[in-house]
Design a protein around this ligand. Structure first.
Ligand code: BV8
Ligand code: ZN
Length: 271
């Protein structure tokens, strides 16, 4: 499969969607969930990314999230993220639908995007429903501030910061006083209605949908490419590995997002 084969489809493309998963951030040093070094491999999702786990052991769940936030605060977008931001300018109508919570797409310049699973630097009180922006949450709990996290080493994180948490320093809701959790969508929690409906309605009328760096397993996001296909879209997968979506794709690029996407963008710009 070469980019040239895809080129005339791309040139005719008017309305283009890109669905991304953890794989596009892999080259930024953020481990994926199910890959060899996947986050989940060391931790069981049911153990940590669920409301039950948070109720049972909020200190453990917050340590895991702070460890991830520390990684992300020290990570930078990679050429894959920048290529997606560029695609937004190259097509008349475009939407990025990301499952990622790391905020790297926005940092790379993407503006037409929906974050299906929230954002790891925001806060959400699951008792009264109050939501905290990144700014508000870092004021409520400075340990979760992006600037603070990028100023400390992993040793300091696992030393003094985790000790703080053990001593009971957890974010308390300004509204109801309960412990605030991360502003992400946990397993068993429903996705933000507006983001989900925007994603599905765009997918139902797009010409091309790229599925990039996702194992196409987690629902309902994994249904979006099939929904687009049923509506007549050309489906392109960019992933070094086979996924359950692969058989339904019109074009498959078995490679890394940070290699393949810039090639697609430069062939488009050159055409
Ligand atoms: C819901 C935020 C219901 C949190 C995430 C059975 C039991 C229990 C639950 C279910 C079940 N069956 C279905 C469910 C529902 C469940 C689900 O889908 N489970 C799966 C595991 C089967 N879904 C939910 O619970 C969803 N909610 O259904 O609610 C409901 C309905 C109404 C009312 C109330 C409730 C919520 C799902 C969201 C969960 N939250 N994240 C956090 O991050 O901590 S999901 C998490 O997985 C991330 O968001 C991640 O993005 C997402 C998907 O994973 P991927 O992004 O695909 O990452 P992965 O590691 O899997 O794959 C990486 C890929 O990249 C690989 O293919 C690899 O080859 C590739 N790659 C590697 N390097 C590169 C690369 N690609 C390109 N370039 C590279 N360099
Ligand atoms: Zn509250």
């Amino acid at each position: 499969m070469s980019v040239a084969d895809l080129l005339d489809v791309l040139k005719r493309g008017r309305k283009v969607a890109v669905l991304t998963g953890a794989g596009i951030s892999a080259e930024s040093g953020i481990p994926t969930f199910r890959g060899k070094d996947g986050l989940w491999n060391r931790f069981d999702p049911a153990q940590l990314a669920t409301y039950e786990a948070f109720l049972k052991d909020p200190k453990l769940v917050w340590k895991w999230y702070l460890w991830r936030m520390h990684l992300i605060a020290n990570a930078r977008p990679n050429p894959g993220h920048y290529a997606v931001a560029k695609m937004e300018e190259l097509f008349p109508d475009f939407l990025l639908i990301t499952q990622n919570v790391d905020g790297l797409h926005r940092e790379a310049g993407s503006r037409r995007l929906v974050e299906l699973h929230g954002n790891i630097f925001r806060g959400k009180c699951r008792f009264c429903g109050k939501e905290y922006s990144e700014e508000e949450f870092s004021q409520l709990w400075p340990l979760a501030g992006r600037d603070f996290l990028s100023s400390i080493s992993e040793e300091e994180l696992k030393g003094q910061v985790f000790d703080e948490i053990d001593r009971g320093n957890l974010p308390r809701c300004l509204n109801c006083g309960e412990i605030v959790g991360p502003g992400v969508v946990w397993f068993g929690e429903s996705l933000p209605e507006d983001a989900l409906s925007r994603a599905f309605s765009f997918a139902s009328s797009c010409d091309i949908l790229f599925s990039v760096g996702t194992s196409a397993v987690v629902q309902p996001a994994a249904s979006i490419p099939l929904y687009a296909k049923r509506s007549g879209a050309v489906i392109v997968e960019v992933n070094p590995e086979e996924t359950p979506l692969s058989p339904y794709c019109d074009f498959v690029f078995r490679g890394s997002a940070s290699q393949v996407l810039p090639q697609i963008v430069s062939s488009l710009e050159g055409s």
